[in-house]
Design a protein around this ligand. Structure first.
Ligand code: FMN
Length: 362
């Protein structure tokens, strides 16, 4: 690829620096697996494997060994991604809300991940869980400066260390679970990247006086979006939806086709069984859910620490619905997506995206 002559910000996460300041966001279940993460890392970005629910897509899973198989697949997936990108930066996205969160973090460290990116709750104990792996960079996902401050103070007081980066994900546009508790907050400009990024950068530089890179996520698509984020003080961007339908993406062709055919008006925010809002496509399954008529498949693994379906038989088993989406089951699947999903009109190659974002003459 011919590189543009301009200089991009340097994105250094702990000991790891990627060629380009771009993280491909973790996307579960199995939407960003080792093939996508490996391709992104090879292209010069940070490739992220989503750790959630991997067992279900593994031939080793026999219906009873969910937690054991999860750990094994995380390690195997890192090895596969590493074989695609021997010198690239490989991250694992582990969600705090998972019952076996600690096992995921440990498996990622043992498997040789360079970075752990962790959200869906505040990763307050992450340094303790990853202790013994000082080379692994730890990056929380937050939606507010307040959350970043809480994490900084807690990590410094209890563990004598600070995060190696903060991903700021805005609920206004991002795909997947959104980092706010109430539906009304989803459109609140107070959670926009234009508001949070400069505020967080100012807090880190002027008040805390620490050098921690801030990475912007949610609704970022092209070079203009990226440059706007850099002008706000971000040192990196994280993109999810645009990578979900890439040729190298780990999802089924059926999943990719559903996103490629989606229109702007198909995107809706629902209350997820986890208890927070999530941005998804209005598929037949979601329509039934919105009319309170949805029939859930049974809970198979107790995978979440808070789940309205397991606890009260309200909503549905989200793990099952996400696995159905991964397999391309339009009728029964829950398809997470960002608000810019309607901009996808074909499968792109990972290299093409990097060329468009960072290459010369694009
Ligand atoms: C299909 C899909 C699944 C996702 N799954 C996860 C996940 O498992 N963990 C997580 O922290 N974020 C998850 N996200 C959020 C992405 O990592 C990323 O931050 C977000 O999509 C950025 O917004 P964008 O899609 O507008 O680029 C998911 C997003 C999508 C579209």
């Amino acid at each position: 690829m011919k590189e543009a002559s301009r200089k991009w910000p340097k994105l250094r996460l702990g000991k790891h620096e990627s060629k380009y300041p771009l993280i491909q966001g973790g996307m579960g279940v199995r939407i960003s697996g080792p093939r996508l993460a490996g391709a992104v890392a090879k292209a010069g970005g940070v490739g992220t494997i989503a750790s959630v629910g991997l067992a279900v897509c593994s031939p080793l899973y026999d219906g009873k060994n969910y937690f054991e198989v999860n750990k094994k697949v995380i390690r195997d997936d890192i090895a596969l991604a590493r074989s695609i990108a021997p010198v690239g930066v490989i991250a694992v996205n582990a969600m705090v809300a998972l019952t076996d969160y600690e096992d995921h973090v440990r498996a990622a460290c043992e498997g040789g991940a360079d970075v752990i990116i962790s959200g869906s709750g505040l990763p307050l104990r992450l340094p303790e869980i990853a202790a013994g792996y000082p080379d692994v960079a730890l990056v929380p996902i937050v939606s507010s400066t307040k959350a970043a401050k809480i994490i900084n103070r807690r990590w410094e007081k209890h563990y004598g260390r600070l995060p190696d980066g903060f991903v700021v994900e805005t609920p206004l546009y991002a795909g997947g679970h959104l980092g706010v508790t109430r539906q009304q907050q989803v459109d609140d400009e107070a959670y926009s990247l234009e508001h949070i990024i400069p505020e967080l950068v100012a807090y880190l530089e002027e008040e805390a006086k620490v050098d921690i890179p801030v990475i912007a996520a949610g609704g970022i698509w092209d070079r203009d979006d990226m440059e706007r984020m850099f002008s706000l003080g971000a040192r990196g961007v994280q993109l999810g939806t645009r990578f979900a339908t890439t040729v190298e993406g780990d999802a089924s062709q059926g999943f990719k086709d559903v996103l490629i055919n989606a229109k702007a008006e198909d995107v809706v925010v629902i209350k997820s069984p986890v208890g927070i809002p999530g941005r998804v496509l209005r598929t037949p399954f979601v329509k039934e859910y919105l009319q309170e008529r949805v029939k859930s498949k049974p809970c198979f693994a107790n995978c979440l620490s808070h789940c309205a379906y397991r606890n009260e038989r309200k909503a549905f088993c989200i793990a099952q619905a996400l696995v159905d989406a991964f397999r391309g089951n339009y009728e029964e699947g829950l398809f997470f997506c960002g608000s810019n999903v309607s901009r996808i009109n074909r499968m792109e190659k990972v290299d093409e995206i990097f060329q468009e974002l960072f290459g010369e003459g694009s």
